[in-house]
Ligand binder design. Structure first.
Ligand SMILES: NC(=O)c1ccc[n+]([C@@H]2O[C@H](COP(=O)([O-])OP(=O)(O)OC[C@H]3O[C@@H](n4cnc5c(N)ncnc54)[C@H](OP(=O)(O)O)[C@@H]3O)[C@@H](O)[C@H]2O)c1
Length: 343
């Protein structure tokens, strides 16, 4: 009997350009009793969406045909992340989603939002869930609070959308006046150009009621942004340390600044399955749609997709570029998130 085969992208030469990305044939994986086989329909660069093709006999939560998304850290089911869960990243320590089919334990998936296309859903497990964790993981954002998001990357755009859905006011920063207009269209109450206004933190504080500061900050700039984040955090507010896209040689704030400002500075790592389920409901009930780049690639164009992503980052052209389309037709769009989709 001949073995059923599928196509998958393999990276086994990290020292080479693009990790020596290679499109290869591989045997179709087999399905255990608690596992499901999924057919990938869209893959954002980093993130994934798929439909269930086959289910093991003990699988309870899903049935064939369900549209699902993968959990970034497969072992992070609920509650605090721990060293084991942090070592179960899809596309990191375990095989990623840049292939036609994959097999996951049912606990490694959640149902995709009903209001989203596969292309849209594929952007949720990484950037969106990280924003959700920032806004809900410690002290839930409340209506009337103030949230500051930095730049127009995926984490920040999702942060803006989720904060507005919660009834918060949002201050966004960007280096681009053109993107400032897009941020306003997405609901940002105030936008500050962080290049033109280096003391944007103080300016942001001045925009809040009684100059009290903002309740939640999604800090993605690290050494370049933390000092200004401290300038605009409210007493008992939370600075979520998410990334370090910026680079600064300036002396950095110290740990005692958390005491000086009476705030919480918190590192986060994506989020749990339970948070992802909560977030899916929020996308459905508020009919939130991810902002997607108009450029969509076919599965076989994996290298072109990554090259496009690198180009976008170099010229700061856009943030999210989608790869795929079942019909070969680019989805309509106007936002940002890099993804790929397969037939
Ligand atoms: N901790 C976690 O669990 C987690 C999860 C996901 C991502 N991350 C990290 O979070 C960061 C953001 O991820 P992403 O996917 O949103 O990135 P991205 O899409 O690559 O974001 C790029 C955008 O970031 C903005 N930016 C860059 N430097 C900035 C600065 N100094 N101040 C303000 N904005 C700045 C720019 O916005 P403008 O062009 O508008 O200026 C740029 O277009 C990355 O470092 C990523 O590795 C962490």
């Amino acid at each position: 009997m001949s073995t059923a085969m599928m196509k998958q992208w393999v990276v086994d030469h990290p020292e080479k350009d693009m990790g020596g990305m290679d499109l290869r044939e591989a045997p179709l994986p087999t399905v255990g009793t608690n596992e499901v086989m999924v057919k990938f329909e869209a893959v954002a660069l980093n993130y994934r969406d798929c439909a269930i093709a086959k289910v093991g006999e003990k699988v309870r939560e899903f049935k064939k045909g369900d549209s699902v998304i993968t959990i970034f850290n497969q072992g992070h089911q609920y509650g605090d992340i721990d060293p084991y869960a942090a070592s179960t990243g899809v596309g990191g320590t375990i095989d990623g989603c840049f292939r036609k089919f994959g097999v996951f334990n049912e606990t490694g998936l959640v149902k995709a939002p009903k209001n989203l296309t596969p292309l849209e859903s594929s952007t949720l497990p990484g950037a969106a869930l990280t924003s959700w964790n920032a806004l809900y993981g410690l002290k839930p954002v409340k209506a009337g609070q103030w949230v500051l998001v930095q730049g127009t990357g995926g984490v920040s755009i999702f942060g803006l959308q989720l904060a507005k859905a919660a009834g918060a006011s949002v201050i966004a920063t960007t280096s681009s006046d053109a993107k400032a207009e897009e941020l306003k269209k997405l609901g940002a109450d105030h936008v500050i150009n962080y290049r033109a206004v280096p003391n944007w933190g103080e300016v942001a504080r001045s925009l809040t009621p009684d100059h009290a500061g903002v309740d939640h900050i999604l800090d993605i700039g690290g050494t370049e942004t933390l000092e200004q984040s401290l300038h605009c955090i409210k007493m008992e507010g939370i600075i979520n340390l998410i990334g370090f896209l910026g680079a600064s040689e300036k002396p950095q704030p110290g740990l005692l600044d958390a005491l000086n400002h009476i705030c919480t500075i918190r590192g986060i790592y994506v989020g749990s399955r339970s948070m992802l389920q909560d977030m899916v409901r929020a996308f459905e009930s508020n009919n939130i749609h991810p902002v997607i780049d108009p450029q969509v690639f076919q599965f076989e164009q994996g290298k072109e997709a990554f090259e496009y992503l690198v180009w976008c980052q170099r010229c700061e052209h856009t943030d999210l570029c989608l790869l795929y389309s079942r019909t070969g037709r680019p989805e309509t769009l106007r936002q940002s998130r890099r993804s790929i989709q397969s037939q």
